[in-house]
Write a protein that binds this ligand. Structure first.
Ligand SMILES: *Cc1c(COP(=O)(O)O)cnc(C)c1O
Length: 465
């Protein structure tokens, strides 16, 4: 069939009346649909004038199917579920810490309705949103008071601005770090209007370096945990205890940016040196800061804990309004903290801690399970899945090379890079590592109930290639 004549194209309102279009009106809305119909008709007119419209279905029903497909593609949500087989537990680009069920449910509850965010249920009077978490943080860290903001970067800014605006903050040159995504300590100091006073050298800083920098304009001493890099060899650094003693001697507040928030020692290799904010508080740090979505295993948040008077000052800083945590994250954070208050179950109930504490035996068992499922498929023969021991990077803690078990394979039907792309764009999306031209699936981050889904995604990707 050829369509020499533009008049043979159906009118917009005729296409709109087809059952196909009627069905999708509640999904995409009249306006978007009409705009898409117009665009499609324009394209068809061009095909007709170029005389390349052979075999194109220009019936109203045919066009309505094309419109449905166009809208489904154009309005596809950008965010989708990802199955993480990279082995990187705290993967910032994949949303860092997955939350515990209790925390996710609380966020869901808060999202879809009203909650007593800033009202005291007893009195009906206005209260602070911080009341939902302050007590739990104080119990957990044994601190006088606490407050929370959007993330640890915001926490650092508001703390420096409140405690040390226009004053010198003494910091070791070895701690002037960048933590990805434009968090650079010197720049953070700058936006906080604190004057950075660097001491020591990249690899060696001693307590006397700090002491000789103390002067009338010193506002604070800060320790920043160098969570994402390590200096080996000839190094010396000052402990938080020494810093706190120096602060006490001169009456200068000490800030500890602990970063990852390891509340208690982790039951896995490689995390021995994570600073413990409970310890900093016990030693007498004025303020300690850490993220909510690293080793605490909760939502994105910046926890600020320490002395009551400082917390009060921080809360009355005008930046607090800009940095405050929203109701969903606050609800999720409260539940996460409650889980931490039961030390005997916390490492099983918080997914991040649970993944980090998986034993090599359990990882091996999961690897065997995945390997046998990959071998069961008859359509894509030649997947030679092998299991082996490997190491996974730590994501936000990249220095932590954790031993793990992996399954690796390649397919003769498709090259590994293209396959890795196909796995990533599938639904749900499957993220893997690629090493030595093999797809590597790490069992530490692959949940038991995701193994079958991952296998299906792999089969589909290979079959369709
Ligand atoms: C991760 C980290 C930060 C930034 O935390 P966000 O919650 O991502 O803003 C700041 N300081 C240290 C030491 C960190 O490890």
């Amino acid at each position: 069939m050829t369509n020499k004549n533009f008049r043979s194209l159906p009118a917009v309102h005729v296409i709109q009346k087809t059952t196909g279009i009627q069905k999708i009106i509640p999904v995409f809305g009249q306006e978007n649909i009409v705009a898409e119909i117009r665009k499609h008709l324009d394209e068809l007119r061009k095909l007709i004038s170029d005389d390349t419209s052979n075999c194109v279905d220009i019936s109203p029903e045919g066009i309505s199917i094309a419109i449905c497909n166009r809208l489904a593609i154009n309005f596809k949500p950008k965010l989708r579920k990802v199955i993480n087989a990279t082995g990187i537990v705290l993967h910032t680009n994949l949303g860092r810490s997955p939350m515990a069920e209790e925390a996710a449910n609380a966020a869901y509850m808060a999202a879809g309705g009203y909650i007593n965010l800033e009202v005291d249920i007893e009195t009906g009077k206005r209260s602070s949103r911080q009341d939902a978490v302050r007590e739990w943080i104080c119990r957990l860290l044994k601190c006088e008071s606490a407050t929370v903001v959007n993330n640890c970067a915001a926490a650092t800014i508001i703390v420096l601005k409140t405690i040390a605006e226009s004053k010198e903050v003494i910091i070791s040159r070895g701690q002037l770090i960048e933590i990805g995504g434009s968090f650079r300590l010197p720049e953070i100091m700058n936006v906080s209007n604190a004057i950075m006073r660097e001491v020591g050298s990249t690899n060696i800083t001693r307590i006397k370096d700090y002491e000789s920098a103390v002067g009338p304009n010193t506002g604070a001493l800060i320790r920043v945990h160098t969570s994402n890099y390590k200096i080996n060899g000839f190094t010396e650094s000052v402990t938080i205890q020494e810093l706190i003693e120096l602060g006490k001697k001169h009456g200068i507040p000490v800030i500890d940016d602990a970063g990852s928030g390891a509340i208690r020692p982790l039951n896995c290799k490689g995390f021995e040196e994570e600073p413990n904010p409970v310890e900093s508080i016990a030693l007498g740090a004025d303020i300690t800061l850490f993220s909510g979505d690293k080793l605490l295993g909760g939502p994105q948040a910046g926890i600020i804990a320490g002395k009551k008077d400082w917390i009060k000052k921080i809360e009355s800083n005008p930046l607090m309004r800009a940095f405050r945590l929203d109701k969903m994250n606050l609800a999720a954070l409260e539940q996460t903290l409650l889980l931490h208050l039961n030390p005997s179950t916390v490492s099983q109930r918080i997914p991040t801690l649970q993944m980090l504490s998986l034993s090599m035996d359990k990882l091996h068992e999961k690897a065997i399970d995945l390997q046998s499922k990959l071998k069961q498929n008859t359509q894509c023969q030649n997947i030679e899945a092998k299991i082996s021991e490997g190491f996974a990077g730590g994501g936000t803690l990249p220095d932590q090379q954790m031993p793990t078990w992996v399954v690796e394979f390649s397919s003769p039907r498709i090259d590994t890079q293209s396959l890795s792309h196909k796995l990533r764009v599938s639904e749900p999306s499957l993220f893997t590592r690629v090493k030595d031209d093999k797809i590597v699936l790490d069992l530490r981050t692959l949940k038991d109930d995701e193994i079958n889904i991952a296998v299906q995604i792999i089969f589909d990707a290979i079959e369709k290639s």
